[in-house]
Design a protein around this ligand. Structure first.
Ligand code: AMP
Length: 464
């Protein structure tokens, strides 16, 4: 998964991009990069592995001069943690310097790549984003704008992008609208980003959101709406609201905090644990869900799991045993809250079950009398092909086990999930969501070998 960002018409654009990327760090911790374009049209890039704070020293930033910038923070699927896949990509094509920051996964990238290779294209990596660049560069359309449009119309899947071509920025959200993109103004300039929390940090105002299919041009801080991309049924990623986005953001025209709180309220309404003494969350993504649960059920809210915030995900390719150890590094229970009590533990989702199993052992070890686990989403039964880093089906515990078998494995007294309908109701409108990882209803065609490609591909393979 990734966070992307663009700046136009603001001196010191790379510094603004760096600040914005700090606020998008939760969307990707493996690598970060910024391209800056100066008034003469010269583009410079710096990309590195690790957190935004590790990648950009003062001297690096000082070299990234200009009033236009594109930024990216990346988290990839396994096997692709290499600098070659760090974004934004910067290339020189026939119209000048072109940089691309992409959030999402394309579902027809393999087919498009094969066609391009047959036509003579040479690839540096196996990332989806490079496919997009080749499509732009090889388009026979007459203008930069129409070349980009041509490429965007050919790709399937999740494609939210910020692109610089010369000194002009282009931004687009694919017509299904899987991933968010918002923008705001700073004086005469414009900042565009994956989430509003990045716009807040840089002091942008007059915030607005790109709708699915929106395609805009930004020149010297002036935003021009271009003709939208060909319409498709909407499929906003509901997991952005459940887990991924920050609660202080507004995306998909709603508050993430509000949606997540509503998920917690729905848990209390439909899946209460009678006789419980306290409720607490697995921090941080489920914090507001626990608030919602407490508000509706009247069960006292506590902070019983303390999270160590200094444990990064950078460079870790977790094996199963490492993951169990990681639970202890990451969380510790407060015994005084838990001992002798019947507790409700709220988490947003269950993926492999390893974190939860470790946590339950910890909570039992702290003396809990009863443990009732509640999940603010339904069982995850399939991988995401649109950019969320979920494992393949064989690693997803709910893909292969009944709820009762999972309850037993985790060692909890009761285990309940929100149903698909309950989750969708809590999120807002009834339609327009992608919930394929829960329902199996993938909104695009999925080539049969796609999941295998993503996870078994050589070290250069990438998702954005
Ligand atoms: P587990 O118990 O191993 O299934 O892990 C569940 C935890 O993983 C929950 O606390 C979720 O917040 C978190 N989670 C959900 N999706 C992801 C993801 N794509 N990447 C990392 N963590 C996730």
């Amino acid at each position: 998964m990734c966070g992307i960002l663009g700046v136009s018409g603001l001196d010191g654009a790379s510094r603004i991009a760096q600040l914005g990327l700090y606020a998008l760090q939760h969307r990707g911790q493996e690598s970060a990069g910024i391209v800056a374009v100066d008034p003469a049209g010269q583009a410079r890039v710096h990309r590195g592995m690790g957190l935004v704070s590790d990648v950009f020293s003062e001297s690096r930033l000082a070299q990234l001069t200009g009033d236009v910038a594109v930024g990216h923070a990346r988290y990839s699927t396994a096997g692709s943690t290499v600098l070659a896949n760090a974004q934004p990509y910067l290339v020189n094509y026939h119209e000048g310097p072109l940089s691309v920051a992409h959030n999402g996964n394309l579902t027809n990238a393999t087919a498009l790549r094969e066609e391009l290779v047959r036509a003579g294209a040479i690839f540096q990596s196996s990332s989806d984003t490079e496919v997009l660049i080749h499509l732009i560069a090889r388009s026979s359309a007459p203008t930069v704008e129409s070349q980009i449009r041509d490429a965007l119309e050919q790709v399937e899947g999740a494609c939210t992008v910020v692109i610089s071509a010369g000194r002009t920025l282009y931004a687009a959200v694919d017509s299904r609208g899987f991933r968010p993109l918002v923008w705001g103004r700073i004086g005469q300039g414009v900042v565009i980003a994956s989430e509003t929390c990045a716009l807040d940090l840089v002091g942008a105002t007059d915030l607005a959101e790109l709708a699915p299919g929106d395609f805009v041009r930004i020149e010297d801080g002036l935003v021009t709406q271009l003709a939208p991309l060909a319409p498709r049924p909407r499929s906003r990623c509901i997991f952005e609201l459940v887990y991924f986005a920050r609660p202080d953001s507004r995306i998909f025209d709603r508050s993430v905090d509000g949606a997540r709180r509503e998920l917690g309220r729905a848990l209390a309404r439909h899946h209460a644990a009678p006789g419980a003494d306290v409720v607490f969350s697995v921090p941080d993504s489920a914090n507001v869900m626990a608030l919602g649960y407490s508000e509706v059920s009247g069960v006292k809210l506590e902070h019983a799991l303390i999270r160590n915030h200094y444990v990064g995900r950078t460079f870790i390719h977790p094996t199963q045993s490492l993951r169990v150890a990681k639970v202890k590094i990451k969380f510790n229970p407060v015994r005084e809250i838990i001992a002798g009590r019947s507790v409700v533990v709220i988490d947003d989702s269950l993926v492999r079950g390893t974190t939860s199993k470790g946590l339950v052992q910890m909570i039992r070890g702290a003396g809990a009398r009863e443990v009732h686990l509640r999940l603010g989403s339904p069982p995850i039964t399939g991988p995401c092909h649109y950019g969320i880093d979920t494992p393949t089906s064989d690693e997803l515990i709910a893909a292969n086990h009944s709820t009762e078998a999972i309850r037993e494995y985790l060692g909890v007294d009761t285990l309940e999930y929100l149903t698909l309908d309950e989750m969708v109701d809590a999120a807002g409108p009834r339609t327009g969501w992608c919930h394929a990882c829960f329902s199996g209803a993938y909104p695009t065609e999925i080539p049969t070998d796609l999941a295998r490609h993503r996870h078994d591909a050589p070290p250069m393979a990438a998702s954005a």
